[in-house]
Design a binder for this molecule. Sequence first.
Ligand SMILES: [Zn+2]
Length: 204
Amino acid sequence: MQLPSTLLENAVAQFAKLPGIGKKTALRLVLHLLKQDVNDVQYFGETIAKMRRDIQFCQRCFNVSDGALCSICSNGARKQHLICVVETIRDVIAIESTQQFNGTYHVLGGIISPLDGIGPDQLNIETLVERVEAEQTEELLFALNPNIQGDTTIYYIQRKIGHLPCKVTTIARGIAFGGELEYADEMTLARSIANRLPIGQYVK
Ligand SMILES: [Zn+2]
């Protein structure tokens, strides 16, 4: 793509570095910015730079935060003895969007995956074990992706905290809402049957 300006070309190249943004989309976004007020574009750029520079990670749960403790950890109305264990910050955002969870989180920063060279030491697991012990956590709810790595991670952490009086649960796994039985894979269907619910719990 030949552009008539090096300044334009540089800006397009920066946008094209973003995931899911090709050169054409990048150009469309840059041309859109070109039509905006200079101050607005400056604020746009400064906001992004400030976010990158000033953002912190919560010392307790490793969620993104504006201070030492995130807004969830410092909220007295949340159940501080209930910890939902997730892989990434995106999972925290997804669960928060449901408005169905009133506990706290612990972001592992990944899952155990020996094939990718990711072991327990590279994840926030030790801090979780220490936290469960120090805070006398009542329940650890695993909300990891349903795959071998997720199960390995659950198994590993469960063994580490086995001596503590903490209830360990996992989010339900089964047929997706709106899905069709005949298209579900055998493992999903088998889990759905094994983890069946009394109808009163299902419809509530
Ligand atoms: Zn936190």
